[in-house]
Write a protein that binds this ligand. Structure first.
Ligand code: FES
Length: 193
């Protein structure tokens, strides 16, 4: 006859209760001390998650008198603070705009990114017999726009007209724009956030 030997000797019930109480205390200690450590670690790595911040405020673009009075558009870079991982770049190009002077103290602004797939739109002057046609043109899929940013092709690759930047101000002879990016490939103009 073989005698069965238990390898796990049973603990007396008072010892078991003591062990459980220690386990609960250890759990409470972990929650109390490690939770703030986790928060600190998260906040340490937070900058790495914030990439390519846009210009939420008005950005200085150009002196008013640098814009041709006849309404010919000029393209300007938008410089703003950009944060990448742990580095802050104070004056990084984050986009481009066209400015057009349409009155003595009136300027309109367009996002220079094509609403189709985001290529950079150019300004072009095309000689047609005895006159010059001024227009915006996207070289990627040959979309044409007039100086108001409206599509001029019978069938355009661009799903909408050029995106205007509606918040423009002039202060002390300088043009400021609140720069925004918009989703590409959609008929509706929707801001990218
Ligand atoms: S990206 Fe401009 S027409 Fe396609």
């Amino acid at each position: 006859m073989v005698e069965e030997i238990s390898l796990r000797p049973e603990l007396p019930s008072t010892q078991r209760r003591g062990f459980l109480a220690k386990l609960v205390a250890l759990g409470a200690w972990i929650v109390a001390y490690l939770a703030p450590v986790g928060a600190a670690v998260r906040s340490f790595f937070a900058p790495a998650r914030q990439k390519g911040q846009g210009a939420a405020e008005f950005t200085r673009v150009a002196p008013l008198d640098s814009l041709p009075e006849d309404g010919t558009p000029k393209k300007f870079p938008i410089l703003a603070q950009r944060r990448d991982a742990w580095t802050v770049y104070p004056n990084e190009p984050i986009g481009q705009v066209f400015l057009r002077r349409v009155g003595k103290d009136q300027v309109v602004a367009f996002q220079a990114k094509c609403p189709h797939m985001g290529c950079g739109i150019s300004y072009m002057e095309e000689k047609q017999s005895d006159q010059v046609l001024k227009k915006f043109y996207c070289p990627c899929h040959k979309a044409n726009f007039d100086l108001e940013g409206r599509r001029t092709d019978a069938v355009s690759e661009s799903p909408r007209d050029m995106d205007t930047l509606d918040e423009v101000k002039i202060e002390d002879g300088v043009v400021y724009v609140r720069f925004k990016n918009f989703r590409t490939g959609t008929a509706a103009k929707e801001e990218e956030v």
